[in-house]
Write a protein that binds this ligand. Structure first.
Ligand code: ZN
Length: 288
């Protein structure tokens, strides 16, 4: 894989910075290089007073397939993280630093942010999109968080109840079904749906309009709206969920599923076997 600059592109046009996930060959699966690159790009946008709004997009067919689970067991990742994930406490720390804190930093970013989402937006891809203030979806976008089927207790931040309401979140997560852009709009998960070929243009237009608001006003009102969720308990619920998520990571169910993945080769095989009703070597799959 390339350097941070290659896996995340950064472009500025007037008051709008566009940050682009750039691993289209793996549907912008998030490995450490991509997460670090994203973090650096947001720092750059933060430090540039001419940048008033950030658009976050994904290169290629899909916005993001989620965390790069393959990378985490491969040689591609920094040894430091791979070794850390060998123990429950290390895994907790890794996910806190690389997933929770990095995501929350985007959520709390002082300038307005717009996610421009096309194609698949899955699990941690959805978590990432939801860190942005506004989501513009292409008409080919689909949203899913199938991690429960892999034994994982969702991803690290439980965004769904905040994004679509309690009852819909339960169905979305427990049935682990994919929803399309029109349904995502109906549930309030996305702000608008636009034709795929116009996605960048329409997100840019909206960003330029938001850039007309004086930066300090935009910053204060964004923070104030985020505070509405905060006083409703969003931060506390996310802390609870992250602990619950990790407790599940270390259950016999999840740990034996990791073994099963090794035996069957991939999560796809684990699901296929389970859905066919084959007797599982252990219980189920694993999520990260
Ligand atoms: Zn996890």
């Amino acid at each position: 894989m390339g350097t941070d600059e290659q896996v995340v592109r950064y472009d500025v046009d007037g008051p709008v910075a566009t940050i682009t996930l750039n691993r289209p060959e793996v549907a912008n699966a998030q490995n450490s290089a991509l997460i670090d690159g994203l973090d650096a790009a947001f720092d750059r946008a933060d430090g540039d007073d001419d940048v008033r709004v950030v658009v976050l997009g994904g290169a290629g067919k899909h916005f993001s397939a989620g965390h790069d689970l393959k990378a985490l067991v491969g040689a591609e990742e920094p040894d430091q993280w791979v070794a850390m994930r060998e123990t429950p406490e290390g895994k907790f720390r890794h996910e806190q630093l690389m997933y929770v804190e990095r995501c929350r930093k985007i959520h709390d970013f002082r300038k307005p942010t717009i996610a421009a989402v096309q194609g698949k937006c899955v699990a941690a891809g959805l978590m990432l999109a939801c860190m942005c203030d506004i989501i513009v979806a292409a008409d080919d976008a689909t949203f899913s968080n199938p991690v429960l089927r892999m034994t994982g207790a969702g991803v690290e931040l439980l965004v769904e109840p905040w994004e679509m309401g309690i009852r819909q979140a339960k169905e979305f997560l427990l049935a682990a079904e994919e929803i399309d852009a029109a349904e995502a709009f109906r549930l309030g998960l996305v702000n608008r749906v636009v034709p795929r070929r116009e996605l960048a243009e329409r997100a840019g237009e909206l960003a330029r309009r938001i850039a007309l608001v004086p930066p300090i006003t935009a910053e204060v009102v964004k923070a104030s709206i985020n505070y509405v969720a905060e006083v409703q308990g969003q931060g506390a619920s996310w802390k609870y969920h992250f602990m619950a998520h990790h407790w599940v990571h270390n259950t016999a169910t999840a740990l034996s599923a990791l073994e099963e993945r090794k035996q069957l080769g991939s999560m796809r095989e684990v699901f296929a076997a389970r859905d066919r009703g084959d007797a599982p070597p252990t219980s189920a799959g694993s999520g990260n």
